[in-house]
Write a protein that binds this ligand. Sequence first.
Ligand SMILES: Nc1ncnc2c1ncn2[C@@H]1O[C@H](COP(=O)(O)OP(=O)(O)OP(=O)(O)O)[C@@H](O)[C@H]1O
Ligand SMILES: [Mg+2]
Length: 592
Amino acid sequence: MGVTIYRRMLAYVKPYVPKMVLAVFFMVAVSGLQGAIAFLVKPALDDIFIKKNTSQLTWIPLVVLAVYILKGLCDFSQNYLMNGVGQRVIRDIREHLYRHMQSLSLAFYMRNPTGVLMSRVTNDVGMMQGAITDAATGLVKDVFSALALICVVFYRDWHLAFVALVFFPLAFWPIARFGRKLRRTSTQTQEITGGLSSHLHETFSGAKLVKAFGAEDYEVERFTVRNADLYKLSMKVVKVQAMTAPLSEVFAGMGAAAVIFYGGYSVVNGHSSPGNFFSFMTALFMLYEPVKRLSRINNVIQQGIAAATRVFDVLDTQPDVPENADSPALPLISREIAFENVDFRYLDSGEYTLNDICINVPVGTMVAVVGSSGAGKSTLVDLIPRFYDPNNGCIRIDGTDIRNVSVTSLRDQIGIVSQHTILFNDTIRYNIAYGMKDASHDEIEEAARKANAHAFITRFPEGYETSVGEQGMKLSGGERQRVAIARALLKNAPILILDEATSALDTESEAVVQEALDTLMQGRTTFVIAHRLSTVRNADIILVVEDGRIVERGTHQELLAGDTRYRLFHLKQFEERKTEGKGPVANGSPTG
Ligand SMILES: Nc1ncnc2c1ncn2[C@@H]1O[C@H](COP(=O)(O)OP(=O)(O)OP(=O)(O)O)[C@@H](O)[C@H]1O
Ligand SMILES: [Mg+2]
């Protein structure tokens, strides 16, 4: 499995192969020069120190200096090139990942905590870099260095070389063994880190809730548990990592001891020169460094593969709302929106949230959806822009199943004010014009005026450039809602969905905004969800939804005339208004 994942990671390197080849060239040069350094120990020692040859005294140090300078230059070049490739690859993967995540459906974001998704894009992708650059550097530079040094070792004394190399595989053993362990731990670590980020995200953005319920200590406790879990796992990694190098070193040391014994014996007996032996020893010691690095590289690769597995999992996730690349655009709505026997449930098992919904909405009419909380009203309208797809049945616009047109062209025709206002941490202007790059200031202001928002916006010292804070927290609930309404007004789409769009407004602002909405709704196909029946009264058709079914339908007058739930709702709201001392419902005269 690791191999397949690694190969897939390498696919991202493809565009940068020329740079990589150049880097490899410099790496091989570095390796060769490293061998040369070990090689030069013999003439240095035997000619200068033992034979006391003065002519060699000048040129050998010069050659050594030249070798080091050249090695430095090559090392810089390979490092710069290689890491440049790594950074580019990471940039590409990150962009690919984010692009893919943006193409995924709402359900994906419901399933995965924000913190976990964030750590996919930041931590995991970062860890993949190590697996690419460190691995490439290691596999080329360290492997070639090792080869060059092994050549020197064998050239100097092949008997001794065999003795030494018996111990080298032993030095590799802990590395292979611990690598696998690390990969497992790394997966768990990432999961816990994701949970931790989610916790931070939630408790920081929900600071008000935490404070209101005096839950600070509770949150600290929850955090402490997670933090302790992370500590325990990190310590496992620390232990394994700390053990790998010393264990390898001990085995290597055993090799060195054996070599000193056998090599010293040959020099003492005159079979070998001290220069020969020290050149051999230098190469052997220098050999240890690349081997040690190779051991770390293995760990880095294992962690990178674990991270890549998680990243590719996201990349392999298919949108729950699939779209054909060649789906045609939806023509401008001209006849109707129809729900045909639509069933829908959020989970693949469990109860249906919507059952057998059949509606036919002629273009330009207004449909009101009423019913108790949790009945399925928001769910019903969420199916129109394809936030979710029905499990059975279909939704057609002018006879075309909305699954057969491009999602963008569908959503382009829909303006939405959703029940939970979503604003981004930017200026009011940005939030009103979100997704509409070409909107002029006049258009934005016009929309804000209609939404009864212009007055409060201009009261801020910075006006339209006022920052709304994270999730619009610096605005009041009613102000946020008016910004959202202005956004929908500006979009000026033929289909409108207003889900409790004015619920947070006081009666006075509501009346003003409602007026604007009434004007806006003219000639548009509108779905209105409202608890306040005063808003609903003028609808061409009212649907009463209970437990995911449409139980009643008709106009205000028709529904009031019969013995209906709608009539009960209506009477109840009328009673409430009266006891609150507000007098009769402004625009409803109960007839019962
Ligand atoms: N993302 C979701 N995942 C799973 N279940 C959900 C999800 N959203 C809503 N539900 C469930 O579906 C049912 C219908 O929810 P919906 O939001 O459509 O109700 P509603 O009629 O709009 O209620 P309200 O008037 O309170 O807004 C509820 O029982 C709710 O718990
Ligand atoms: Mg709702």
